[in-house]
Every structure is written in C-alpha cells, then in structure tokens.
Ligand binder design. Sequence first.
Ligand SMILES: Cc1cc2nc3c(=O)[nH]c(=O)nc-3n(C[C@H](O)[C@H](O)[C@H](O)COP(=O)(O)OP(=O)(O)OC[C@H]3O[C@@H](n4cnc5c(N)ncnc54)[C@H](O)[C@@H]3O)c2cc1C
Length: 313
Amino acid sequence: MEFPVLFLGAMPQDTPALYSLMNYAGLKLGTWYPMGGFGKVIEGMQTVCEKLGAQIHVNAPIEQIHVENGEAKGVILQGETHFFDGVVASADYHHVEQQLLKPSFRNYSEAYWNKKTFAPSCLIFYLGVSKRLQNLSHHTLFFDEDLLVHSIEIYKDPKWPSKPLFYVCCPSISDNSVAPNGHENLFLLMPLAPGLADSEEMRETYFSIMMHRLELHTKQSILSYIDFKKSYCVNDFISDYHSYKGNAYGLANTLMQTATLKPKIKNKKVCNLFYTGQLTVPGPGVPPAIISGKVAAELLHQHLKRNQHEVVI
Ligand SMILES: Cc1cc2nc3c(=O)[nH]c(=O)nc-3n(C[C@H](O)[C@H](O)[C@H](O)COP(=O)(O)OP(=O)(O)OC[C@H]3O[C@@H](n4cnc5c(N)ncnc54)[C@H](O)[C@@H]3O)c2cc1C
C-alpha cells in the first residue's frame, strides 16, 4: 500500500485495506501490456461497437443535453439537436452537470463537488530518445525520496512537490512498434495535487529534476538524445477533457467516497439520463470505468423496456 495507492487518491494510511487487491493484482497476477500500446485496446473496442451498429463521432464536444418534460430528448452539437431515446453521459460528471444541464436538472450543486476529495492530477512528459537506453525496465518507479512528504504535498498541504516520486515507462523495451529502430519511447509521470497553478516554467523545473535523477540512476546521458518532447499537465486535463480541477484519476478512494457514497449513476430528475465513468460507481481506473459503462447501459436498457421502447443496442 505505498507508491501505487498515491494514484488512488489518498495517502496509504487513509486508504481502505480493500485496495491492497490492486497491489496483489500487480505483484501476483502480473502486469499485462497490449502490443502497440493502450490505443490498441480502444481500437478493439471501436471495432466491436461498430460491428454491433454503433456510430462513433469523434472531435464532437456536446454543448447541451436537451431535456423536455423530465426526459432527455437528445444532445446539442454545433448548435444542432441530435435525438436519442436515452443518454448515458460518459464525460466528467461535474462537467456534464454544471455545463451541459440546466440547474434544475442537476443531481449536485457546485458546493457538493467542492467538498469532495479528488485523486491527483499529474505532470507528464512524452519523450522520444534517439538511442537505446540501458539499465531501465518497461516500468520503473522512483522511490528515492520520502513518500510521506510527497503524499502530504498532494493531499494535506497541496503544492508543487519539494522532492517528488515519479514513474517512468519505457514501452519500447518490450514493443518495437512504438519507436523507430534504435530509438526509445519514454513517458515520465509525476503525481500532483489537482487544481494547482500550472505554467511552462514549473513544468520545466520538474523536467530537469526528473531527468537528472533518471540519468543518475541509470548511469547514462539521455537529455542530449531527446528528439521529441511534449508535456501534459493540469491545464491540458481541463481544456482537453473538461476534467474537474484538472484531476487525472477521478474521485479519491476514501472510505466516505466508496460504493453508495459516490455520485449516483442515475439522474434523479431526468428519467432516461445516466452517468458513467470514473466519477460514479464503481470508481476510477480503466476496468471500473468499463464496468460502470456496462451498469449504466443495463439501467438505460431496463428503463427503455419498462417504457416499451423498441430497444436496439
Ligand atoms: C496518465 C494516466 C495514467 C493512468 N493509468 C492508469 C492505469 O495504469 N490503470 C488504470 O486502470 N487507470 C489508469 N488511469 C485512469 C484511467 O485512465 C481513468 O480512470 C479512465 O480513463 C476514466 O474513464 P472515463 O470513461 O471515466 O473518462 P475518460 O477516459 O476521461 O473519458 C471521458 C471522455 O469524454 C470526453 N468529453 C469530455 N467532455 C465532453 C463533451 N462535452 N462532449 C463529448 N465528449 C466529451 C473526453 O474527451 C473523454 O474522451 C490513468 C489516467 C491517467 C491520466
């Protein structure tokens, strides 16, 4: 229950013991990697959905959920209404309620969200390196500073960390399709309190800290071989994903935000509107978010059947 639970949204000592199952899965059952990267899982899901008749619209930010007489009639996209029998909202729950629904149709107020504890945001660097690296595994966790200090700076006294722990992923060690021959694909991730002021200067400060420690511990020069660099942080999570306070992993998994204490999957005022994803049940992470989609779809299916709609999946 140490570094990995930082991503669950609480200090190890505040995390329910149940979540040790996450460490059990990682250590005992092993870590699985989809060849080609995680995007291949999304491509696989897209193929299955399209075979079942789904139409997927990308780069299509919904502007409003259109409600009439307590029923969602459709969604507004680029000023045009698209009509549906029901809506499962999978974007950030806070964004859906506060931006896409009129106040009278919301389950929760701004004050409700403000009181919730959120999981961390993070600072990420995507790097291309023009040589092969030594002394590095596919996954490497840097535990070389004090976990308690970094945890306090995320959860109790939010600020940019004084001595961060961080994670380095080098998928090109296991998968030669994710970097050109003789090159390496690197990903650095540092957990960070959500809602902090994010600037280019801050990102660069931590880039230098992480690169220095990476070079020191792997005993090689890397900086001068970087031929691609892109950073991603709080402001990007907000602008790209409408993520509340730029959080990266949803609601913190504290006891008071577990199971029935999470935001409800059903809208109480709009009969055919359901929520799914990391801010409702069962919670954050890819597997729970997928299970959440299944639960929401089943609830909508039952609602439509009860109301004698012809159900086409
Ligand atoms: C760097 C990082 C590493 C992670 N590592 C792991 C890991 O190792 N294991 C794990 O289990 N989980 C991991 N997670 C967490 C996991 O990715 C999330 O919990 C999960 O993706 C949440 O799924 P979701 O469907 O709720 O939200 P999202 O995946 O964020 O999907 C919501 C979608 O809604 C879209 N959207 C937002 N607003 C609108 C709008 N108005 N109209 C239309 N679309 C909109 C967004 O663009 C987005 O595509 C990681 C997260 C991050 C950021």
